[in-house]
Structure formats: structure tokens, C-alpha cells
Design a binder for this molecule. Sequence first.
Ligand SMILES: [Zn+2]
Length: 79
Amino acid sequence: MSDTIRCEYCRRPIKLRPVKKALRGKEHIFCSEFCFRLHFYNVPTISYDDLQKMYAFYCVSVPAQDYHQTLSGLMGEED
Ligand SMILES: [Zn+2]
């Protein structure tokens, strides 16, 4: 099916709720807030295996609130 929604960052088909973000007046769709952040900060696309590890880490040990701070720290951004 050509109308399968795919994450703009990791290209995985989105089965759960897509994360929609407007950037520069254009709508972008991601499978998660996590991919949006990676896309937003222009992180090079990583492998599916790496993503699995990162999602496992994200789901198990990083609460949503802390996650933003953690990622900001990783990217050297403060906001
Ligand atoms: Zn994704």
C-alpha cells in the first residue's frame, strides 16, 4: 500500500499513533517524539538494531520529562 505512513526519520511503518510536527510550515510525521528529536537535531540515521537498543533504553529507564533533558545534554543544547 502506497499510503502506509512511515516515520520520516527511521522509515519504519507507523502502526501506533503518529507524532505530527509542523516545521517551517510543513507537516512532518514521526513514529515517536524520539525520532522527531533526532530528525530535528539532524542526527544521521541510525540502524534498526541501534534503534531497538535505544528504544529499549528509552522505555525502561528514561521518563518522558527527563528524556528531553538527557537528549538535550547529548546534543549539547540547552533550552
Ligand atoms: Zn521513527
